[in-house]
Structure formats: structure tokens, C-alpha cells
Design a binder for this molecule. Structure first.
Ligand code: NIG
Ligand code: FE
Length: 411
């Protein structure tokens, strides 16, 4: 099965095989070909180049992309797409003056979603989650990480991870599963943190490993949630089961948590709304990808990750949605890219690099996703006719995607 896309106005994010991420100044460059073709064979990118070298399309399915841009589908490396219900009341409470922290302290927040999740059947959670997954695929996402973390009980966490497993099996989009048992302390463990971590380490993890339900491990390293020492216990246990860490850190406070994550070779550190000079230093020369979540900042009115400062220091950066019921009820990567340009002063080139190749890196998928490279998955966005790719973040409220291709097929 072959497909040939012809007359592409701008074919974006062309990379040699083996380039797994881009950092600092390299992020200002988004290699492209004008007036290009792209050949897809067996769900993979087989060839591409300028139209004067276009192969003969006889007998092949042809898509004419005149006036349109083609780019790799978004790689969303941080979501909580699997959840039950919603938190619309907390949204209104925040408008009326309560903070995220105040809402959490009176039993709302993560514990509110956990209660709802534990009361909902696996089938219903699957049905709710699959419609969110389908929505983000149509918004251009071609690879996604999904976390557990609204169970906070052995059964609840397993239920979430099984739903993620089922999504993996039933959809063509690449999905990575992250175990986030350490998302919050259940009320009964409020005064017994070690007791809950024992449950995570001795009860949840062995079952998850046995059923092969997770690829990564996560914890909410934050004042009032998991301390550095507690998170280290979680990362250590994950390591024992071959689960690299991807950690929520520096969302509200900077407490040197990033240093601990780097020490454990975390694949990513996510949120980073508050970043110190020391945090930037420890991230240099590490394998850890910093991940910013600008639509979370937008929704709960907290600072934006200081992207400029980080890129100017030579660091890489990825962008993701954080799609979840509490702090970001949106999985729209187009909006994330626009917010990064508008609020974090990232250039369109930097934002697109962050939302594709670096996003793929942050979920261990950059060998197969995130760029236009021969042999990678044909997961593509084909835009509507546009002036240039600058229009994607510029016209932030418009849907400029005409079609999305996953594994070579238009969805
Ligand atoms: O990434 N910060 C921690 N976890 C989620 C929010 C969870 C929730 O409020 O339900 C986040 O923002
Ligand atoms: Fe999150």
C-alpha cells in the first residue's frame, strides 16, 4: 500500500535518522522543503524531496497538497486522558476566588477525581477516555503518553492502566503508559506517607510489572505532595522494574527536586513553571528532557515556564498538553504551540520542534516519531491552505488542520 502526497507547499521538520532531540540554538531551526513530495509505503515515510524529483505516481493513491503544509503529527508527552467525570464546579470556584491549593485542601482536586474514578466502572472509564483520545487524534496528535494517578488504590490504579492498555490495543496512535500512583496521598494516608508509599512499592508496582501495564513511573514532587526523599523511593522502585521516571516537578515551588530527578536519569521533568538558575545548571548535560505545559498555566493562572531563559542556556524543551480534568481540560496541541509562542516567547520554529521531535524524545519515541525522516511512522498533519506555517500559532483560534494521518492512513 503506497500513498504519494504531491505539491506540498511546505514540508516541515526534515531530520536525518538518529537525531533524537534538539537543544538551545538548534531549536531555532526547522528544516523544510518547499514544493515537496512525500511517499508513504507500508505505513512508513519511504521517501521525500522536491517536486522535480517526484516519483511516478501511476497506480498509487495520490493526495494533492497544493498550498498546504505537511508536518509530523504532534507528540504529546504528558497527559492524564483517562479519568472519570469532570471538575467544572472547581473551575467556577476558582473564578470566584479560590486557589487550586485551597480547593485541594478541602478535598477537591486530585482526590475529587480519585473518588469519582473509583466509583466508575472500567467500561465507562474506557468509553469516556476513548472519546478524548479520538478528539486529540483529530486535533493532530499522533503519539501520546497517558498517566494513571486518579486511582490511588491498588484496584483503581490497575483499572486506569488497563484502560490505557486497551486504548493501546485498539487505536493506531502510539501510546506510552505512565504509572502515577504517587499523584496525591489518599485521605487515610495523610498522616502516614510511608504507609502509602509501601502500598505503591509493595502492592501496586509488582502487579503492574507482572501485567506489563506501564512504560514509565511518575510522582508529583511538590510542596504538600511528595517530598524529594519520597520521590526518590518511588524512582528507585521504578528502576527495579525497568520503569524510567517522568516526574511532575516545580509546578508551584522550586525545592531542588529537579536535581534528584536528574540523578535518577529521569527521561523528563514536567511543568517547571518555577525554575531557578541551579535547576538550569543541573539539567545541562543530562539526558532529562524539560517539558512545559503552557495551557495548564493558562487555565489555572500560574506562571509560564521560562522557556527563553532555558533555551538561551542551551537546554532542550518539549511542549505537552497535560490534558486532565483539574488543571488543563484540553488536549489541543495546536493551542499549546500557540500559547508557547504568545506567552513564552518561543518562535514558531522552537515551538514546533518542542511539540514534535522533543515531545517524541520525552516518551522514548524519537526513533520512530516526531520528524520527517525516512523509515519513521507516517504520522502526519496536512494543513488547510495556509500562507506559511507561521499561521498555525498566529491564528490560534482557528482549526487549520485539514487531515491527520496515522500510520499512513487518514483518520
Ligand atoms: O499535571 N500537578 C499534578 N497533576 C496534574 C493535575 C491533577 C489534577 O488537578 O487533577 C497536573 O497539573
Ligand atoms: Fe500532569
Amino acid at each position: 500500500m503506497k500513498t504519494l502526497i504531491i505539491n506540498i507547499k511546505e514540508l516541515l521538520q526534515i531530520r536525518e535518522a538518529g537525531i533524537t532531540k534538539v537543544s538551545g540554538k538548534e531549536m531555532a531551526d526547522l528544516p523544510l522543503i518547499n514544493n515537496a513530495f512525500l511517499l508513504i509505503e507500508n505505513n512508513l515515510i519511504a521517501d521525500f524531496g522536491t517536486m522535480n524529483n517526484c516519483p511516478d505516481g501511476k497506480g498509487i493513491h495520490i493526495i494533492d497538497a497544493a498550498g498546504k503544509a505537511v508536518l509530523p503529527a504532534w507528540c504529546d508527552s504528558h497527559t492524564h486522558i483517562v479519568y472519570a467525570g469532570n471538575r467544572v464546579q472547581e473551575f467556577v470556584d476558582r473564578i470566584n476566588g479560590l486557589s487550586y491549593e485551597e480547593i485541594a485542601n478541602r478535598g477537591g482536586g486530585i482526590l475529587n477525581s480519585a473518588k469519582r474514578l473509583n466509583e466508575t466502572s472500567e467500561e465507562d472509564i474506557y468509553l469516556e477516555s476513548k472519546s478524548r483520545l479520538e478528539e486529540v487524534m483529530h486535533q493532530g496528535t499522533g503519539a501520546v503518553e497517558i498517566k494513571s494517578g486518579y486511582g490511588l488504590t491498588v484496584e483503581g490504579e490497575l483499572k486506569m492502566l488497563r484502560v490505557i492498555q486497551r486504548l493501546k490495543n485498539e487505536y493506531p496512535i502510539a501510546i506510552k503508559a505512565t504509572f502515577l500512583g504517587a499523584h496525591a496521598f489518599p485521605t487515610e494516608y495523610k498522616e502516614n506517607h510511608a504507609g502509602y508509599i509501601d502500598v505503591i512499592v509493595n502492592e501496586m508496582l509488582p502487579k503492574i510489572a507482572e501485567e506489563k501495564l506501564a512504560d514509565y513511573i511518575d510522582a508529583f514532587l511538590e510542596t504538600g505532595y511528595f517530598s524529594i526523599e519520597e520521590t526518590e523511593r518511588i524512582m528507585e522502585a521504578g528502576k527495579k522494574y525497568g520503569l524510567p521516571a517522568k516526574i511532575h516537578v516545580n509546578q508551584f515551588t522550586a525545592i531542588n527536586g529537579i536535581e534528584a530527578c536528574v540523578k535518577y536519569d529521569a527521561l523528563s521533568v514536567d511543568h517547571l513553571e518555577i525554575v531557578t538558575d541551579e535547576d538550569i545548571e543541573v539539567l545541562k548535560n543530562s539526558i532529562t528532557m524539560p517539558v512545559a505545559l503552557p495551557t495548564c498555566s493558562f487555565f489555572i493562572s500560574i506562571p509560564y515556564t521560562p522557556a527563553r531563559k532555558m533555551l538561551d542556556a542551551g537546554l532542550p524543551l518539549a511542549l505537552a498538553t497535560d490534558f486532565n480534568p483539574g488543571t488543563t481540560p484540553s488536549g489541543n496541541m495546536n493551542l499549546v504551540v500557540a500559547a508557547a509562542c504568545i506567552k513564552m516567547k518561543m518562535t514558531p520554529e522552537e515551538a514546533i520542534n518542542a511539540a514534535t521531535l522533543n515531545g517524541a524524545y520525552a516518551m522514548g519515541l524519537s526513533e520512530t516519531h516526531g520528524s520527517i525522516t525516512k523509515g519513521k511512522k507516517a504520522n502526519l498533519i496536512i494543513t488547510k491552505p495556509i500562507a506559511s506555517y507561521y499561521q498555525l500559532p498566529y491564528a490560534f483560534g482557528s482549526n487549520l488542520i485539514e487531515s491527520v494521518m496515522i500510520e499512513g492512513k487518514v483518520i
